[in-house]
Design a protein around this ligand. Structure first.
Ligand code: GTP
Ligand code: MG
Length: 243
């Protein structure tokens, strides 16, 4: 059968998608790209609302990182992309890292969301792109622009694990050298699959062994008290990978 020409609706939708993708990309570049004309005081989130700090349950003392801190102008920039299906916990991760309490309920990110954290030798920009289906299309446009990918999975969302797997592997294929940290989030929930099971479900055993790929269990915003939320381990691993 001969291919049918695209109808006006398909063309309009395609055009709208391209424009949205370009806008996301330009906005990101404006904040983090090339000239980096925007500067914030050390320790501030980019909106300047609150100083960035790690949560209180962290046994690690951030002051250790702050000895002999170089002048702000000398700090290099590192970029971390935070992706994962909608509701997996990406925004929560960024909030917790910047010392803010998790929001009640799921407030979807319609576009992108970012936070800038400082450490001893560099500043880290963490960029979340929303995980709803219409935004996933744009994820691949950003993977080649960053130093590390964090892929957050809702371990209790069993039905959608195959989708998470599919999206993750698309990203792995897009940049074979990019270090990747997969976060098995929501381990506090009784229905969550274990980290070992998740390794199978996401097909991580089949990934090239040369690749820097990590799988960490976490409960970034546990529903009840949790001894080991795991956010600090993720942050420490990121610092190692970015150093
Ligand atoms: N039980 C439990 N809930 C969590 C955990 N982490 C995040 N949540 C909840 O999961 C819901 C969704 O979290 P978000 O951070 O908004 O998800 P997201 O990945 O940013 O979603 P999109 O922006 O739509 O892509 C929120 O209600 C969080 O409180 C966790 O470790 N355990
Ligand atoms: Mg979000």
């Amino acid at each position: 059968m001969a291919p049918r020409p695209l109808g006006p609706l398909a063309l309009a939708l395609g055009g709208a998608a391209a424009v949205l993708g370009s806008v996301l990309f330009i906005l990101w570049k404006t904040y983090f790209g090339g000239g980096r004309e925007r500067r914030w005081d050390r320790g501030e989130a980019w909106w300047g609302a609150e100083p960035a700090r790690l949560p209180e349950w962290d046994e690690w003392d951030p002051e250790d990182e702050e000895d002999e801190e170089p002048a702000l102008e000398e700090l290099e920039q590192r970029e971390v992309l935070v992706l994962g299906l909608d509701g997996s916990g990406k925004s929560t991760f960024l909030r917790v890292l910047s010392g803010k309490p998790p929001l009640e309920g799921h407030v979807p990110t319609w576009g992108f969301n970012s936070v800038r954290l400082s450490c001893k030798d560099f500043e880290v920009d963490l960029l979340e792109i929303g995980g709803s289906q219409n935004l996933r299309f744009y994820w691949k446009e950003f993977v080649n622009e960053v130093d590390v990918l964090v892929f957050v999975v809702d371990s209790a969302d069993r039905l959608r694990l195959p989708w998470a797997r599919q999206e993750l592997h698309k990203l792995l294929d897009k940049d074979p050298d990019l270090p990747v940290v997969v976060v098995a989030n929501k381990q506090d929930l009784s229905e969550a699959v274990s980290v070992v099971e998740l390794q199978q479900e996401l097909g991580l055993q089949a990934v090239d062994s040369q690749r820097e790929l990590f799988l960490l269990g976490a409960s970034i915003a546990p529903a009840g008290p949790a001894e080991e939320p795991g956010t600090v381990h993720i942050w420490k691993l990121l610092l190692e990978l970015l150093s």
